[in-house]
Design a binder for this molecule. Structure first.
Ligand SMILES: [Ca+2]
Ligand SMILES: [Ca+2]
Length: 121
């Protein structure tokens, strides 16, 4: 585990929508095989400042520059008003412990919950 206290908590966007975390899974992706290595790579691409946590801002930016990541996570590529609610839903599903940042473990757990076959190779 480790030093999770070094991260900053300066998300400017702190509104919390009441959503059902279970709703955010992507049924059409169920059964897709994804390796832990791939998840690590996705996580690194999202974690722009390399602090081992992905914030909302980082995830929004990652989805804009990497449409394939947005697609995997079930996030609309074009995050305009209506899509923001969907983004929030996915982000809160990712952020299982609601500390406003997503760890690699949380990302992995999200994929498992979403029905992906996460392999360890
Ligand atoms: Ca980060
Ligand atoms: Ca978290």
């Amino acid at each position: 585990m480790g030093s999770a206290c070094s991260g900053e908590l300066n998300d400017s966007n702190q509104e919390l929508l009441a959503v059902d975390k279970a709703e955010a899974v992507q049924p059409h992706l169920k059964g897709t095989a994804v390796s832990t290595n791939t998840l690590c790579e996705v996580f690194r691409q999202c974690d722009a400042n390399n602090d081992n946590f992905v914030t909302r801002i980082e995830l929004i930016k990652a989805c804009k520059s990497h449409p394939e990541i947005a697609q995997m996570l079930g996030i609309p590529e074009n995050l305009r008003d209506s899509a923001r609610a969907q983004f929030e839903q996915v982000y809160q599903a990712l952020d299982a412990d609601s500390d406003r940042k997503v760890s690699l473990d949380e990302l992995r757990a999200y994929f498992v919950r979403a029905g992906f076959q996460v392999t360890d190779d």
